[in-house]
Ligand binder design. Structure first.
Ligand code: ATP
Length: 264
């Protein structure tokens, strides 16, 4: 682990949504640490609070109780240390691919020539060098998500929050992008917190998987992925017997939660 890079620590984080006269406990006393350079996935049934948790870590909403620290400092709002990548790419149709990838930097001031050439280098690394001058409608879904990744990486965040970034992609593109992101984050020693509904994706990409329970959203399991699976590519990992065992174990957690589900 790289000690110079920050870890993320959540302590007793709870969140209540209030609308009108009703209050809803969305998260209850969540606590875990995302070590520097670690890749952790959050899985759990719909509505268990995964996106709420990411928004709290990103500093977009303040938790009702508890504390989130990045690199030992309390999170009080959005910061450049954290990059957020969503299911939709939200590229601006009137801007070129290069200009779209520079948006995050523009928000922090004028773009330097060095930053522009760094963005071009990143686009090339993601196989997008030839389309830097094109517009989003000329690109496939997978290419657009890669642009969104460049836009996130170009601001040099230490931690990436990934909210179902692959869910709108076809299977083959999704596997390729999983591989690309896993390789890129590992190479640069970035930490990541991935929200996904896809158990296979979580196992193939992560160092750990946190299984959440719902109503209220709580931690249910914290599962460490065996080294042999972590060392394999997301495609190869899917062929391993250990992978299928883990899939079954997590699937059983979901079945158990479903069996205990109370009517809404
Ligand atoms: N702004 C809000 N006001 C009131 N309730 C909300 C708000 N946002 C989310 N919720 C509720 O909080 C709970 C957790 O929502 P959240 O979107 O974090 O869950 P999730 O696990 O990400 O869901 P999914 O897997 O379906 O995307 C849900 O019951 C949701 O209806």
């Amino acid at each position: 682990m790289d000690e110079a890079k920050p870890s993320v620590v959540l302590q007793e984080v709870s969140h209540v949504y209030v609308s009108g006269k009703t209050a809803f406990l969305a998260l209850e006393r969540i606590g875990f640490t995302l070590q520097a350079g670690e890749f952790v996935s959050l899985v759990g049934p719909s509505g268990c609070g995964k996106t709420t948790l990411l928004s709290i870590v990103a500093g977009l909403i303040a938790p009702t109780a508890g504390r989130v620290e990045v690199g030992g400092k309390a999170v009080t709002g959005p910061s450049r240390q954290i990059g957020y990548m969503l299911q939709h790419d939200y590229l601006f149709p009137w801007r070129t691919i290069l200009d779209n990838s520079l948006i995050g930097l523009e928000l922090h001031g004028n773009i330097t020539e060095g930053q522009r050439s760094e963005a071009l280098g990143l686009l090339a690394e993601m196989g997008l060098g030839d389309v830097a001058g094109q517009y989003p409608h000329q690109l496939s879904g997978g290419m657009r998500q890669r642009v969104a990744l460049v836009r996130t990486l170009v601001t040099s965040p230490d931690i990436l929050l990934l909210d179902e970034p692959f869910s709108a992609l076809d299977y083959q593109t999704k596997l390729q992008l999983e591989q690309l992101i896993a390789d890129t984050l590992r190479k640069w020693g970035k930490s990541a917190l991935l929200v996904t509904h896809d158990i296979s994706e979580a196992i193939a990409m992560s160092d750990r998987i946190i299984v959440m329970d719902r109503r209220p959203g709580r931690l249910r399991r914290d599962i460490r992925i065996p080294e042999e699976i972590r060392a394999a590519s997301p495609m190869k990992a899917r062929e391993m017997p250990g992978f299928h065992r883990l899939f079954g174990e997590i699937w059983n957690e979901f079945e158990d939660m479903e069996a205990r589900r109370e009517p809404l």
